[in-house]
Unconditional design. Structure first.
Length: 463
């Protein structure tokens, strides 16, 4: 029998590792940000913010939704427009997105470090902050990219109220759901999760705080409600799909569950790993395609969250045990992850459309918890020394992958706007916004092209 003592990571060593990973991830994210690109959804968002900052016109509704109508509420114009008062550049809005992601991680790390072991805290930095999924969506402008912050607030505000109700956490819990509702429809995930968590007594609610939080969230909806009275098309009913489509067809539900697993792995979508390094090389006929093909090997890392989730549910035979809050902090986190997974299954089952990769980002914090907790358990077992070796290897692969994404991913390189990808279309007119926000300087668009596309709220020449 081996007499080797089990490995133990000290809190000081863990803190150094965590902040090293944080700074490294932040530097990579800033590299992403500097080269973030603009497509149709970004132009729609930028138009709302630019009209507020440059023209004083506040658009009371958000981007067009895939099921018809517009996102409700005027919060979108504020989120996109306020950064332009400090820096008149399209990347200013993306910088706020990155700040949201930084705040989300700091909230989670601050809330969970009292529960997690030092090694588990390092795993949280590795599987949440340095995660390619998280950093990819942290550095460009898009509605779903704001949502990680509201997911972090959701976990924190529930955790601090697991024993007694408190005013400000309840206020922020409900306010976060209400604001997220005005950004993206996937807010339903944390709304349903909150109902299940409260029903199963995972947290208490301070009702005056919750009511005031709800009232505060309603304020940006007032201008939208006024607009709806004169423009009913803003709330057009869904033009496709039907309620319960995910459950009936199975595939949309299975796809959503698969994304839950993929978020805690290096198994990214093909667009995220479609490398092209022609910005740095005279010709990229082999390197980019070769690395894109090699990246498919990383799909095997989905085995890690799969086993972690199997362990999370193991030994529970009744639904009451599945949704139990537990008596310790670690048990509560396991219960929180299980409840959020059940909420996702419910929402994905009822969804009228097929689940896409961005629609579960608001539960990103819950999706990585099973891996962090399972890794912590292995770190306390006979595999402790090996776990540290595996962790270093995983971190090295993850960092290398992120650097490749920063240099060659389509969202972060100017491939032009004449191809057939998501960036490959022309604009019907020109607008002062394109110069004012330095859009044309970073990656020029073809403008004044007959039959071209145009942002839904941006005035056309002469209007």
């Amino acid at each position: 029998m081996s007499s080797r003592a089990p490995f133990r990571l000290s809190p000081a060593a863990a803190s150094r590792a965590v902040w090293t990973l944080f700074v490294l991830g932040l530097l990579i994210a800033l590299g992403f940000l500097a080269h973030s690109q603009v497509a149709g959804d970004q132009l729609n968002l930028l138009a709302r913010g630019w009209l507020l900052a440059a023209k004083g016109k506040w658009i009371a509704y958000g981007n067009p939704m895939s099921t018809g109508g517009k996102e409700p509420g005027a919060i979108t114009s504020l989120l996109v427009g306020l950064p332009f008062f400090l820096w008149r550049d399209h990347r200013a809005a993306s910088a706020l997105v990155l700040l949201f992601h930084v705040a989300a991680y700091l909230i989670l790390d601050g809330a969970l470090k009292r529960i997690l072991s030092p090694y588990e805290r390092v795993l949280l930095a590795l599987f949440y902050w340095l995660n390619p999924w998280q950093l990819y969506f942290a550095s460009f402008l898009w509605n779903p990219n704001y949502l990680c912050l509201f997911g972090a607030i959701h976990l924190w505000s529930a955790l601090v109220q697991r024993e007694r109700a408190r005013f400000w956490p309840s206020f922020l819990h409900v306010l976060g759901i209400g604001v997220a509702f005005q950004i993206h429809a996937s807010c339903l995930l944390i709304a349903v999760a909150s109902l299940l968590l409260w029903w199963r007594r995972h947290f208490r609610i301070h009702w005056p705080g919750a009511i005031l939080g709800g009232l505060a969230a309603v304020v940006p909806l007032i201008p939208w409600a006024i607009d709806v009275m004169s423009h009913p098309a803003l709330v057009t009913e869904a033009r496709k799909g039907f309620l319960g489509r995910g459950l009936l067809l199975v595939f949309p539900l299975a796809r959503g569950v698969l994304y839950w697993l993929r978020y805690a792995s290096l198994s990214v979508t093909k667009d995220m790993a479609a490398f092209n390094f022609s910005d740095f090389l005279r010709s990229d006929r082999w390197l980019g395609p070769g690395l894109t093909l090699l990246a498919k090997v990383l799909d095997l890392t989905i085995v890690i969250p799969l086993l972690a989730n199997v362990r999370l549910w193991r030994g529970r035979r009744r639904w009451r045990e599945w949704l139990a809050p537990g008596t310790t902090g670690r048990a509560w986190l396991k219960g929180y992850a299980r409840v959020c997974f059940v909420a996702a299954v419910i929402v994905y089952s009822l969804s009228p459309t097929t689940i896409m990769m961005w629609q579960g980002l608001i539960l990103f914090q819950a999706a990585v918890l099973p891996v962090v907790l399972w890794g912590g358990a292995l770190g306390r077992s006979r595999l402790a020394a090996r776990m540290m070796g595996w962790t270093r290897t995983y971190a090295a692969v993850e960092i290398a992958f992120l650097i490749l994404m920063a240099l060659g991913a389509s969202q972060y390189r100017c491939g032009g706007h004449t191809g057939k990808d998501a960036f490959g279309f022309s604009l019907a007119y020109d607008s002062p916004m394109f110069e004012d926000l330095h859009i044309q300087q970073t990656c020029p668009w073809p403008v004044n092209v007959p039959g071209g596309w145009w942002p839904d709220v941006l005035p056309k020449p002469g209007e």
